[in-house]
Design a protein around this ligand. Structure first.
Ligand code: BDR
Ligand code: CA
Length: 304
């Protein structure tokens, strides 16, 4: 089993990604860390705990950053609802999954204690990961790879060209992209093709407890408009870990625009090498939507 740490801000599509990862036979989720993003830190952490309770998975949760490094915090309640996971009546967790250690220290401990290198899977703003790499650079030696959901090679969803997770904390993203660690950017180019339609959602309804929860969350996701497809952004990062053959990947140099008056917070993907920099990322430029759909439904069928 491949050991991973998921850094997340649940978030409806985060909830789905967590379900798939936690019930996968090939992944060993050693730790879940939370970061302020779609909604505030208390809410995303509570959401992570409510999900673990529903999944009946005893995975430690560590709370991370409540604010981006420099920017003011922005939420995405228009997409995920005020609680971050609107639309489903979750049961109160019967126990606390939270550990008494912050996300950065917990990640350091789990990485340093692991016999095999750990893969980091950030599916929210990159604040915690940036802090980890700056506070404890020694962890780099035992990180296999960072597979992150974020960025775009073109259009954005939080700005003209900016994707939400990068836009929410661009300085953190800059630290991560310049870390020299093996990095995979799973961004909007593929997220926009990883779609779930009403008929798929209907199949989830009676699939299992997790499916029925996801079905109900989907009724509220992005205000409930499902006809053009719901975008399963964060599940794409998990898909990359489990079935990379569904992606087209190009190795290139990526930097983060911090100051552009119209482009701040966007990923500058230098396919043609204008900037003369060494490649620092594998960028997912395309996905096979049918393969994704089949994998997605089969993966969720394995849940409780
Ligand atoms: C990303 O932004 C968040 O709203 C989603 O959870 C996903 O991680 C997509 O841009
Ligand atoms: Ca997310």
């Amino acid at each position: 089993k491949r050991p991973i740490i998921i850094d997340t801000d649940p978030g409806i599509d985060d909830a789905v990604a967590l379900a798939i990862a936690l019930f996968s036979e090939e992944l060993d989720v050693r730790l879940i860390t939370t970061v302020a993003g779609n909604v505030g830190l208390d809410k995303v952490t509570y959401n992570a705990e409510r999900l673990l309770e529903l999944f009946q998975k005893d995975i430690p949760v560590a709370m991370g950053a409540s604010e981006p490094l420099i920017k003011k915090r922005i939420e995405a309640t228009n997409v995920h609802g005020d609680s971050g996971m609107g639309g489903y009546e979750f049961a109160e967790p019967t126990k606390s999954y939270l550990i008494n250690e912050n996300a950065v220290n917990a990640m350091r401990r789990v990485i340093m204690e692991s016999k095999e290198p750990i893969t980091l899977v950030p599916i929210g703003p990159l604040t915690n990961i940036a802090l980890l790499l700056k506070m404890y650079p020694e962890v780099k030696e035992n990180i296999a790879e960072i597979v992150l959901m974020g960025g775009s090679t073109g259009r954005g969803n939080a700005g003209v060209m900016a994707e939400y997770n990068i836009f929410a904390d661009p300085e953190a993203a800059k630290i991560v992209f310049s870390s020299k660690l093996p990095l995979v950017m799973v961004g909007l180019d593929v997220g926009w093709k990883a779609l779930v339609y009403p008929e798929d959602s209907q199949k989830l309804k009676d699939m299992n407890k997790t499916g029925s929860m996801i079905y109900q969350l989907f009724q509220r996701y992005r205000g409930g408009s499902m006809k053009t497809g719901l975008k399963m952004y964060d599940s794409c990062a998990i898909a990359y870990l489990l079935k990379p053959e569904m992606f087209t990947v190009e190795e290139t140099f990526v930097d983060i625009e911090l100051n552009g008056s119209m482009t701040a917070g966007c990923t500058v993907v230098d396919f043609k090498g204008y900037l003369g920099q060494e490649n620092n990322a594998k960028v997912c430029t395309d996905i096979d939507p049918d393969m994704f759909k089949t994998w997605f439904m089969e993966s969720l069928a394995k849940c409780n």
